[in-house]
Design a protein around this ligand. Structure first.
Ligand code: GLN
Length: 482
C-alpha cells in the first residue's frame, strides 16, 4: 500500500520530524498524486503551481508542510474563487477567509481549489459548472455533495485534510459516501468570513480527514472567535486535540434516534452497519437509550424553504453590476441584470432563486417562510430537550450508500431528500460528525452520524475517536488508488 498517500496528518508529522520525508518531498508527492488521478476523479477545479506553493510550505506551525485542499467557495488570497460557477469565473480573491488565514499561519497549504456543486447547492457535485467529481470507490457513483471534490481528494489519498462547507449536510454526506471523517461544527464556532454565503443562518465551514484526531487538530486551528463575523461565538479557541489526547473516557449515554432507523426508506445494509456499531459502543461501556425525534421528519421541508429563501437574498448581489459575470451585449439596465444572471448561474441555482423569492414574497411568506422558522425552532427545542437525557445521539448520516451519478436527474425531490438526516442538525445549529462504520456488499462505504449538543465537539471527538480505535473501517482505502 502507498503508506504516504493514506497517512493521517499525525503520521505525516512524525515522518517529517524523523526526517523520513521532507516537506518539499511531501509537496511534490501530493501534487504528483493529483497529476495522476485528478483527470479521472475530477476533485480539483484548479491545482496551484508548485513554485507558488513552495513559499507557503516553509511556514512552521501545527500543519507545517502538510498539504490539503480547500473548497472553491472559501477565499484564498490572490487565488481564483468561483464557487464552481460561471457567475464568478475569473474572479480572484483579494483576501483570505479567516479559516484560510488561520491554516496558513500554522503552515497548512491548499494545493488547489476543490470542486463542488455550484454555490454549494446540491448533494452530488453534479451541478458544478466545470465538471463532475467521481467517487474513488466506484467511479460510476457520486461522491456526494456539495463538497464532493474535497471528500474525493482525501478519500483517494491525494491530501490528508480538506475543507468543505455545510449548509444542510455537504460535508457529512460526502464523507459518508467516500468512507472518511466529516465534521460539521456548532454554528458560529468557525468563522464564516470569506466563505461565500449560501444560507447564512446555517452555513458553517466543515472538515474532512482520515481520522477523528486529525479533525480535532484542524478544528483547533480554524475555530475561535472572529471579530469579522458577527455570528461568531464569543469564546477563545480550544485545543481539541490536546483535550482528546488527555481525556479519561467516561461511559456515556448514547441516544439512538429510533425514528431514523426504524423507518421505511433506510437501506437494510445501513441499518445492519449501524446495529453492529451500536454493539461496539456498548462493548466499550456506553449505555444505549432509544429516543424519538419526531421533528426531524419535518426538517427537510423546513430546510428546503429556509435555504432557498436565504440563497435568494444572498445571491441577489450577483447581478453583473456589483458582482459577477456581466453580459456586455445588453442594451438596457434590465437586460443587463436579466442576461447577466441568466448567463452566469446554472439551472439548479436559478431554480432555487426563483423558489426563494417566491417563499419570501408578500402573501406567501407567512405560509412558507414563517412556518418553516417555527418548525426550525421546534427542531432545535427537541434536540435541546433530548440532550437532557443523553450525551450523544446516533443516527445514519445518509439512508443509503452512494448513488450512481445521474440517478436523480429527473427526480429532483429525491435529490432534495438527500439531506433528510443531516439538515436537522444544521437547522438546530449543533455539531455532528460522520465516521465510517461499514461497507455495503458491493463495496461502498457507509457512514454513521454522531450528534452532540451545542458546543459539544469535545464529547463528539471523544466518542468518535474511541469507536475509530475499536474498528478498522477508517483503514480501508479504494484499491485503485493504493
Ligand atoms: N444538499 C443540500 C442543498 O443542496 C446541502 C448543501 C450544503 O450543505 N451546502 O442545499
Amino acid at each position: 500500500m502507498n503508506t504516504l498517500a493514506f497517512s493521517s496528518i499525525d503520521q505525516l508529522k512524525r515522518k517529517i520530524s524523523s526526517k523520513e520525508v521532507s516537506t518539499s518531498e511531501l509537496l511534490s508527492f501530493f501534487l504528483r498524486r493529483f497529476e495522476m488521478f485528478n483527470a479521472e476523479l475530477g476533485c480539483a477545479i484548479e491545482l496551484f503551481d508548485q513554485e507558488s506553493l513552495s513559499i507557503d510550505s516553509q511556514k512552521t506551525g501545527l500543519l507545517h508542510g502538510i498539504p490539503g485542499i480547500i473548497k472553491d467557495n472559501i477565499a484564498m488570497k490572490n487565488r481564483k474563487l468561483a464557487c464552481a460557477s460561471h457567475m464568478l469565473e475569473g474572479f480572484v480573491s483579494p483576501y483570505d477567509a479567516t479559516v484560510t488565514q488561520r491554516l496558513k499561519e500554522q503552515g497548512g497549504i491548499s494545493l488547489g481549489r476543490a470542486n463542488m456543486d455550484e454555490f454549494a447547492m446540491g448533494s452530488s457535485t453534479e451541478t458544478s459548472a466545470f465538471h463532475k467529481s467521481f467517487n474513488p470507490w466506484n467511479l460510476a457513483c457520486s461522491p456526494g455533495g456539495s463538497s464532493g471534490g474535497s471528500a474525493v481528494a482525501v478519500a483517494a489519498g491525494l491530501v490528508p485534510w480538506a475543507l468543505g462547507s455545510e449548509t444542510g449536510g455537504s460535508v457529512r454526506q460526502p464523507a459518508a459516501f467516500c468512507g472518511i471523517v466529516g465534521l460539521k461544527p456548532t454554528y458560529g464556532l468557525v468563522s464564516r468570513y470569506g466563505l461565500v454565503a449560501y444560507g447564512s443562518s446555517v452555513d458553517q465551514v466543515g472538515i474532512f480527514s482520515r481520522t477523528v484526531a486529525d479533525s480535532a487538530l484542524i478544528l483547533s486551528i480554524i475555530s475561535g472567535q472572529d471579530v469579522r463575523d458577527s455570528s461568531s461565538l464569543q469564546q477563545p479557541a480550544k485545543d481539541y486535540l490536546h483535550l482528546l489526547q488527555n481525556r479519561q473516557q467516561r461511559p456515556m449515554t448514547i441516544g439512538i434516534v429510533i425514528n431514523s432507523i426504524e423507518t421505511d426508506g433506510v437501506n437494510p445494509e445501513v441499518i445492519s452497519a449501524l446495529s453492529a456499531a451500536i454493539k461496539t459502543l456498548e462493548s466499550l461501556g456506553h449505555s444505549i437509550k432509544h429516543v424519538a425525534l419526531p421533528a426531524i421528519e419535518d426538517s427537510a421541508a423546513a430546510y428546503f424553504i429556509i435555504s432557498r429563501a436565504e440563497a435568494a437574498s444572498n445571491l441577489a448581489r450577483f447581478d453583473g453590476v456589483r458582482y459577477g459575470y456581466r453580459d456586455k451585449a445588453a442594451k438596457t439596465l434590465s437586460d443587463l441584470y436579466m442576461h447577466s444572471r441568466a448567463g452566469g448561474f446554472g439551472a439548479e441555482v436559478k431554480k432555487r432563486i426563483v423558489i426563494g423569492n417566491y417563499v419570501l414574497s408578500a402573501g406567501h411568506s407567512d405560509e412558507f417562510y414563517q412556518n418553516a422558522q417555527k418548525v426550525r425552532q421546534e427542531i432545535a427545542q427537541e434536540f435541546e430537550q433530548t440532550f437532557k437525557d443523553v450525551d450523544i445521539l446516533l443516527m445514519p448520516t445518509h439512508p443509503a450508500p452512494a448513488f450512481k451519478i445521474g440517478s436523480f436527474a429527473t427526480n429532483t425531490l429525491q435529490m432534495d431528500l438527500q439531506d433528510y438526516f443531516t439538515c436537522p442538525i444544521n437547522l438546530a445549529g449543533i455539531p455532528a460528525i460522520s465516521i465510517p462504520c461499514g461497507f455495503s456488499t458491493d463495496g461502498m462505504p457507509i457512514g454513521m452520524q454522531l450528534v452532540g449538543p451545542h458546543k459539544g465537539e469535545e464529547e463528539l471527538f471523544a466518542i468518535a475517536h474511541q469507536f475509530e480505535q475499536a474498528t478498522d473501517w477508517h483503514k480501508r482505502h479504494p484499491q485503485a488508488y493504493m
